[in-house]
Structures are given as C-alpha cells and as structure tokens.
Design a protein. Structure first.
Length: 534
C-alpha cells in the first residue's frame, strides 16, 4: 500500500471537498484580507481581486433576518471559552441581486495565550436544499392545518391502543380540555368496558391482519362524562406502519352519525357521487395515458437513417412505472441526412409530470428552427418552461439530453440539461461521455438564464450510442446498493456483440435482475443507435 504522505493527504482533502461541493476560507482575525478557494469565490460571485471580507462587512452581504444569529454565533466563537467552532446558515446577497443560502463552518485557532487568532473553515451553497426544506415544512404545516380543522375525529394509537395523536375534534368529543389530557390514554378512560373492550379487539385484529376496517358503524357507550347519552359513529381504522412495514399501531377517522337515517342517506348519496367521479377520473386517466403513449414515436425498432455512405439504425424501449409517466423520447427529422433525438425525464409521476411533458412537447414545436443546434434548442425549452412554471407558482423540473446525428458532417452533437450523459461503444469498449470541461448544466425549468453548451463526437468514434433515463440505473439490490451508471456501462459492453434490439432487451433484463423487487420503481426510457460505417 502506498505510504501516506502530506501530498497524498492534501490531494485526498481536495478531492473530498470537490465531491462535497464545498469551498475553503481562511482568515486571520483582525486582518482585512481573507483567503477564499476558487469554489467559494464562485459561490460569492467575485474574483480573487474583488472578493470582499464577508465576516467584517456582514451587514452589507447577509439578509437582515439572518444577521442577528450570524453575528451572535461569530461573537461567541471568538470568546476564550468557546468550543472552538463557528457555524451559521444564512442568506447571502449575490452580486446579481439574488439571495443564496450558504452553510458556513469554521474552527478557531488560538495562540498560546488562548487568544483567537485564526479561523479556517468551509462554505457550501445549500440553496436547493433550503428550498426543499422550506417546501417540506410548508407541506407539513398544511397537513397539520387540515387535520386540525376537518370536522371529523382523526387519531393515531400505538400498539397498546394509547392515543399518540388526536386532532381538536377528537379532543372535544372525548370531553377533554386539551390534547395533553388525551395523549397516553385509551378508550377505557372515556367509554364503558363493553365498548372499549370491543374497540381494543378490533384494533388488535387490524394490527395482526394488517387489513383495514372501513366504514364500521358502531354504538358508543360513555361512562365518564356524566349525563352524556350514547352516540352512534362510523369509523374507518387502518394499520399504522413505518416505512419498513413494521406495525406501530392503528390510525383512523370517526364521524358522528347519531342522526342515523339522515346521515346514511347523505353518505349514500355522497358515496354514489364519489364512485361516479372516481370512475370518470379513472377513465380520464386511462384516456390521458393512451394519448401520451400515442404521442411517442412509433415503429422505431428497425428505423434507419442513410446518407453519405453512412447508415444509422435506431431502437428504443419504454417502461412507464405508472399510468401517467414523466419520461419520454422524440425523433425530429431535420433533413435527409440529419435527425434530432430527445430523451427527457420529468420530476415525479402522475398528472403533474404528464402535464409538464405536454408543456415540453409544445415548447419543442416552438423551437423547431433551432433543432440543428442542441444548446440553443434546450435553452429555448428551458426559458419557456421556467416562464410557465413561474406563472403557475409550481416547482418542477426535467432533465433532458438532445442529440443531432448528422451523416453529412459525420458527427453526433448533443447538449445535456442535468441528465446522465450518453454511453458509447467503440471496438467492444463501452464508456460514458464526459464533457471536456466536465461542466454540468442545470435541469430544465429551474434557472431562467441558464446557458447550455454543445459537445460534438466524430461519427467514426461510435459504433453504438445509448441514451437512457435514471430509472434504469437507480434500481437497488437487497443491500440498497444502486446498479449505477457503471453497472449499465458494464452490461452495454457485455452485449457488444449482440444486435441492437437484443442489446436493449438484455440491458433491461439485467437491470430487473439486479433489483431486489425485480421491477422498476421509476419510468425507464432507452434510446439507442448503431452506426454502420462505409
């Protein structure tokens, strides 16, 4: 094994920082100058000559809502009895006027007399993470609002049938003054033994069988609330499991139906209406899926492009994970010797993803004049998609790669928007194309001013080209290890001698064999071509 040297350690540290997308800063307390690594300068939006000291001029660069916490953390870190660390997450004003979330960390170096003299730390841009965290927090708040304000009883119970969550309607029904008077108690604390024993038996059965009991009508017999008459209720109770399927207890919804006849009539009418709507909704979903499937190019297997003594054979595979998929591909004939191919992966599944697919298809039509230039084609789609999503107040994105096969120029050019780069096969050796500058461009729909570049590959350097979506390589084995792009490259190379159709079939099967569930959890879209050289 190679001995550990300072240079090796330095290289390893630099690689670790690069992998974590972090930059380094170094400042001697009291010194007006400060050192920023190249990545930090990129986060801050300055070059080395003009970069300011954001710690001595915090008022000029950090959001006023974050300044108090930042300054206090900074002050405490410089005290003699501090824990020698500084940490703060705050919004930084970029020179372009936008606000970016930065995660700033540092250790404090003290002199022999314990005086803080130097701060060395790291900075990372966590804007996307913060945006996701804020969206999740808002979603949880909305869910809590819903649970607290619906006019029915919503509750969770542990395996001992003790309340662990009860909304306001449940607290009021049980005659308690606050939630704390309900949590930890069981039905025995509110109902007579006949009713509470029957409830406990039902909940034990649900936990054991993991089969929900829906719309059960039962009589509620009270004993603790003096003068309260028995009531009637309709309950739906279900098994409460964690994400691994382990039983945590039960949860349910209960509605008071004391006025039984009136309530039954109302519920019957509502059930018929809901059933009718559900059938109509399912029919519309089925129609939407059929339309979506119909929009995919047909009969691609065996499709050819011939010109200038060259021939290119095409093949595709499409495996949607749900009725409304977010992956799709498209062929765009440009001339008799030139054709464009697009493969796209929209975030998520279902109706929202399908609607974004429709938006992108519409934008593709508008960008018809730029189909010969991949970077301009993606740039136009991105600008249009950002505009639509911003007006709708929706956060969605799509990764994509657009390639142009030009037999006259004998080239394959492509531009990538946050999508896995293509895999090529030449002389039996497979590899993933990596741009010369190794720069990654953002997905479509996120950044309105995003610029894209094109890469060009000579046609004689390609025997086979594969475009794919991430559902192919994100399958996991029993140890939750992903197949990964390297696994795909390995299978492409193993199938080098097979014809194009067989290669794609074997690639799909190898991915399914790797998956512990033997199925895809995400949409899978494959687009491949073979080049036959004259």
């Amino acid at each position: 094994m190679e001995p550990q040297t300072p240079k090796n350690t330095q290289d390893r540290n630099e690689l670790a920082l690069l992998a974590s997308n972090e930059g380094v800063w170094d400042w001697y307390a009291g010194d007006p100058d400060i050192y920023y690594s190249e990545r930090v300068l990129k986060f801050l939006g300055y070059d080395e000559e003009s970069a300011p000291n954001i710690f001595t001029h915090a008022d000029d660069y950090f959001h006023e809502e974050d300044l108090p916490e930042f300054k206090e953390a900074f002050r405490l870190s410089l005290l003699d009895d501090s824990d020698n660390t500084f940490a703060s997450d705050c919004r930084y004003r970029h020179p372009d006027g936008t606000w970016h979330w930065l995660r700033i960390r540092a250790i404090i170096v003290h002199s022999e007399d314990s005086t803080p003299t130097r701060l060395v730390g790291s900075i990372i841009n966590i804007s996307l993470r913060k945006k996701a965290e804020l969206a999740l927090e808002e979603e949880r708040y909305r869910l809590k609002q819903l649970i607290e304000n619906v006019p029915v009883n919503v509750y969770y119970k542990d395996t001992q049938s003790r309340f662990v969550l009860a909304n306001s309607s449940t607290v009021e029904k049980l005659g308690a003054k606050c939630t704390e008077e309900v949590i930890g108690k069981t039905d025995k604390d509110f109902f007579d033994s006949e009713h509470s024993d029957a409830t406990r038996a039902r909940e034990l059965d649900i936990m054991e069988s993991q089969i929900p009991q829906l719309n059960e009508v039962h009589r509620e017999m009270w004993f603790q609330v003096q003068g309260k008459e028995d009531t009637w209720a309709k309950s739906s109770k279900l098994p409460w499991t964690d994400k691994k399927g382990n039983i945590c207890g039960t949860f349910g919804i209960t509605s008071d139906i004391t006025d039984l006849v009136r309530t039954q009539r109302m519920l019957t009418s509502m059930a018929k209406e809901l059933q009718s709507r559900n059938v109509a909704f399912e029919e519309e979903l089925q129609l939407a899926r059929e339309i979506q499937q119909a929009l995919l190019p047909q009969n691609l297997n065996g499709m050819q492009l011939q010109s200038e003594g060259q021939q290119v054979d095409f093949a595709s595979r499409y495996s949607p994970a749900s009725e409304m998929a977010g992956d799709f591909y498209e062929f765009m004939p440009i001339s008799e010797h030139c054709i464009g191919v697009l493969i796209c992966d929209v975030m998520g599944h279902g109706v929202r993803a399908s609607l974004v697919v429709s938006m992108i298809r519409g934008l593709m039509e508008k960008e018809h004049d730029s189909t010969e230039q991949p970077h301009l084609f993606l740039k136009g789609i991105n600008e249009g998609l950002v505009s639509i999503l911003n007006r709708a107040g929706v956060t969605m994105f799509a990764t994509a790669i657009y390639s142009v096969i030009d037999l006259k120029q004998k080239t394959i050019s492509y531009s990538c928007a946050g999508h896995p780069h293509p895999i090529t096969l030449k002389d039996g050796q497979a590899k993933q194309i990596v741009p010369a500058n190794k720069k990654t461009h953002p997905a479509l729909g996120l950044i309105p001013t995003a610029a894209y570049t094109s890469e060009t590959i000579p046609l004689d350097q390609v025997d086979r080209l594969l475009l794919f979506t991430d559902g192919l390589h994100e399958v996991e084995d029993a140890q939750q290890n992903e197949l990964g792009v390297e696994g795909v490259i390995k299978h492409v190379q193993q199938s080098a001698a097979a014809d194009l159709q067989t290669c794609l079939d074997q690639l799909l099967q190898s991915s399914l064999d790797y998956s512990v569930s033997h199925e895809f959890n995400d949409d899978v879209c494959l687009l491949a071509l073979d080049v036959k050289h004259s």
